[in-house]
Ligand binder design. Structure first.
Ligand code: ATP
Length: 359
């Protein structure tokens, strides 16, 4: 049996706005789940319904098989960390972490042991006497996590906890949160709009758009087997290249190039004849030059961006813009004309109307 179960969950706000539609998900104990999607897609709303901070309009939420819709946040055994970590500025790190237990009236020795243990897990032992203003952003965020972690809870919820940190701190905290999760074993749901955070931290990712779940899967499944154009374009940086074209005699156009998709489409070739197809390939899954079992495409190089471990090459194929990701040693000259190959096995085809992947 799943530990947490969301069954056909909907959220309709009092103003009539339908923010979450038929959300279904089963989570195992100890899983690290990430909700990801663009701003306004309903991630926070769903998290707040799980936390008990927002009513569930309809559908059922079960914890360990028991209906939890009507339970208060404490009864659910959840702890939550928000984007703004709002520490008490006049209290030391120690007191900030201890606060929740003190409110509950726990005894001094117990609190002391818990605070020190939590601080140890979070690497805050040396900072217990400091005030929040004497800490870096990353350290403050760790205190906020400590404050949530100190109570023994089964469910740990985090809403964009890293968004106030700079890029470097975010990378460090990402791996710290993963470690904390491993150490505590709490079932964790983490909300972010950042696909890199989702890919690096999650056991499974839930991709949302406009209040609907698009796909649930491991990072690997989402990267290699996206179910639609949205997921394919959302996961991966730079995003997947898409070429929209009508299928004519089993071929499509990429700029002036004619690509024969008959074999690739197989039995679907007849079904899609005369209809729009979306042809997709990832910037990193090409080969410069000509290769067998691939579409070989001539392109004009417009711009290159050297990023150190790779170079993004902005190209035009006729009037279609695309991006290639290449080894920096192979960076082509701006304004040059190149050939690149898209191996057949790296091609994704989507239905132009439904935007769903063509199987
Ligand atoms: P972000 O990353 O920007 O926080 P999100 O995916 O977490 O976005 P939500 O905060 O869940 O999105 O909001 C989903 C939708 O519900 C948005 O369109 C938002 O404007 C709307 N919404 C949120 N709270 C309310 C409310 N109290 N009343 C009406 N609509 C709301």
């Amino acid at each position: 049996m799943a530990y947490l179960s969301l069954k056909n969950i909907n959220k309709i706000y009092p103003n009539g706005f339908h923010a979450v539609h038929n959300f279904n998900l089963d989570m195992e104990k100890g899983e690290f789940i990430v909700f990801v999607g663009p701003s306004g897609c309903g991630k926070s709303t769903t998290l707040r319904m799980i936390a008990g901070l927002e009513d569930i309009s309809n559908g059922e939420f079960l914890i360990d098989g028991k209906r939890a819709n009507e339970m208060g946040p404490r009864e659910r055994g959840v702890a939550m960390v928000f984007q703004s970590y709002a520490l008490y500025p006049q209290m030391t790190v120690y007191d900030n972490i201890a606060f929740g237990l003190e409110l509950q009236g726990a005894d001094e020795d117990y609190i002391d042991e818990k605070v020190r243990n939590t601080a140890r897990i979070l690497g805050l032992t040396d900072y217990l006497d400091r005030l929040p203003r004497a800490l870096s952003g990353g350290q403050r965020q760790r205190v906020a996590i400590g404050r949530a972690l100190i109570r023994k809870v089964g469910i740990f919820l985090m809403d964009e906890p890293l968004s106030n940190l700079d890029a470097k701190q975010r990378v460090t905290m990402r791996s710290e949160i993963t470690t904390i999760h491993r150490d505590t074993g709490a079932t964790t749901i983490y909300v972010t709009h950042d696909q890199t955070e989702a890919m690096t931290m999650a056991d499974r990712i839930v991709v949302m758009k406009d209040g609907y779940v698009q796909q649930v899967g491991t990072p690997r499944e989402l990267y290699f087997d996206p179910v639609n154009v949205f997921v394919a374009g959302f996961i991966g940086e730079p995003p997947m290249n898409f070429v929209r074209s009508k299928l004519e005699n089993g071929t499509i156009r990429y700029g002036e190039e004619v690509l024969d998709l008959k074999e690739m489409l197989g039995k679907n070739a007849a079904k899609y004849e005369g209809k729009e197809i979306v042809f997709g390939f990832r910037p990193e899954s090409i080969v410069l030059g000509e290769q067998k079992n691939a579409f070989v495409i001539p392109a004009d190089v417009e711009l290159t961006e050297m990023l150190g471990d790779n170079t993004n090459v902005y190209i035009k194929v006729g009037d279609v813009s695309s991006i290639l990701k290449v080894d920096p040693h192979d960076t082509p000259a701006v304004d040059s004309r190149i050939n690149f190959s898209i191996p057949f096995e790296n091609v994704y085809l989507f239905d132009g109307e439904t935007e769903e992947v063509i199987k």
